[in-house]
Ligand binder design. Structure first.
Ligand SMILES: Nc1ncnc2c1ncn2[C@@H]1O[C@H](COP(=O)(O)OP(=O)(O)O)[C@@H](O)[C@H]1O
Ligand SMILES: [Mg+2]
Length: 386
């Protein structure tokens, strides 16, 4: 019998639209191509409503002109987390589907940040990609740096503060930022896709850039710019035993790799990262590539990643110093174009990821979460009815 798999995408995040594309190319398309799964798309709209309809397996559903009107006529689904995950279509012709495995494909808040993984853990079903803890750390660019620094992995020097810190006393932070090597990058800590990131070259631009970042986040990071930049990214998959894709170099068109470079230019079909502007494998010397691979594996393990993740590096082209910039979990980590280059097809990729999810689930089942004790009996207290 075919396994039932739910691909969950959309969501209440700034990257809602990007998530729709990534969920379809390559996840849903590859899952359907395996012929092994009954694929149920679960679409979370910008207002947080949940929908599911197999018509949504086709990207065209979301690109049609009257999409919003069409969606308004769709019945919202309910999700039951009791004893597995079930999708329920309420009403007269009520229907229920039991999900065997989930494939999260939501970027950003509530999706990539561990929230969805928490729900799936509560439901007690296997799900693809990193677990809650690795996802939550990877989602926070500061927490990532703090965890990596504790394991002596180099990150770019930085300053971070919350919106409250900034409102109470700006000058402390401006002074700290002044001590960094300029230019600097200002980033919201939890966002991706280069949203609200600014490269600041002079003092007069700083406060505005920070305000922009605080518009989207309550925690902001200011870090030194790596000049003569060589960007490198390395997709990795596996639980204990790790498999590496090719060391890839995204090639910048604009001053830094921004939202439109990533998703809109070149490849008209969309599909997440833009392979057209990447060099695979990166044309860098062997020693540097080896350093990136070793650091990538160490970073993956330090964050406790499982399933799949993609490690981004910033390399100073003159000093050849390698910094880990960030860790991307699902769905940003898929990079099927790169896996293809090392001989892993889209179908093989999703099949492997599902196998990792099931393996992790089985091993988690072996951990005892329940502890029998008679502490409640000893707690005493007044008997009900007395
Ligand atoms: N410290 C830095 N030095 C030079 N370029 C940077 C630096 N930080 C970010 N960038 C540029 O900005 C892009 C987006 O920043 P990144 O930290 O990767 O955020 P996102 O999560 O949005 O991808 C990077 O791909 C890179 O091109
Ligand atoms: Mg990035």
């Amino acid at each position: 019998m075919k396994k039932t798999i739910a691909v969950i995408f959309g969501g209440r995040s700034a990257e809602h639209d990007v998530s729709i594309i990534t969920a379809h190319t390559p996840i849903i398309q590859s899952l359907l191509a395996t012929g092994q799964f009954d694929v149920w798309p679960i679409y979370i709209a910008k207002d947080g409503s949940w929908y599911s309809d197999q018509a949504m397996n086709d990207l065209a559903y979301f690109t049609q002109d009257n999409f919003q009107a069409y969606l308004a006529r769709q019945k919202k689904v309910q999700i039951l987390f009791d004893n597995g995950l079930k999708i329920i279509w309420p009403g007269i012709r009520s229907k229920t589907i039991q999900i065997d495995i989930a494939f999260p494909a939501m970027h950003g808040t509530f999706g990539e940040d561990g929230s969805l993984m928490g729900l799936l853990r509560m439901a007690g079903i296997p799900f693809v990609g990193c677990d809650l803890f690795a996802s939550a750390v990877a989602m926070d660019k500061v927490l990532t740096k703090q965890v990596l620094t504790a394991e002596s992995i180099s990150v770019v020097p930085y300053v971070w503060f919350t919106k409250n810190d900034w409102e109470i006393n700006r000058s402390i932070w401006i002074e700290k930022i002044a001590k960094l090597n300029w230019p600097v990058f200002v980033k919201p800590v939890h966002l991706g896709s280069s949203i609200a990131i600014t490269k600041v070259k002079q003092n007069s631009e700083l406060e505005n850039a920070i305000e922009v970042a605080f518009h989207y986040d309550d925690k902001v990071l200011v870090e030194e710019s790596v000049e003569n930049l060589i960007e490198i990214t390395l997709p990795i998959m596996g639980n204990e035993e790790l498999q590496l894709a090719a060391v890839e170099r995204p090639l910048n068109k604009t001053e830094f790799f921004d939202f439109s470079d990533k998703y809109l230019s070149g490849n008209k079909k969309g599909g997440g990262a833009n392979s057209q502007y990447s060099e695979i494998p990166a044309n860098i010397d062997g020693e540097l590539a080896k350093q990136v691979e070793d650091l990538g594996k160490k970073t993956y393990r330090t964050l406790g990643c499982s399933g799949i993740a993609r490690i981004d590096f910033l390399v100073d082209g003159s000093s050849k110093q390698v910094y880990v910039n960030e860790v991307n979990t699902l769905p940003g980590s898929l990079y099927h174009h790169n896996w293809k280059k090392v001989g892993v097809s889209g179908v093989e990729l999703v099949t492997k990821l599902i196998a990792f999810a099931e393996k992790r689930f089985v091993s988690q089942q072996k951990t005892t979460y329940i502890f029998d004790s008679d502490i409640l009996k000893k707690a005493g207290g007044q008997k009900i009815g007395e």
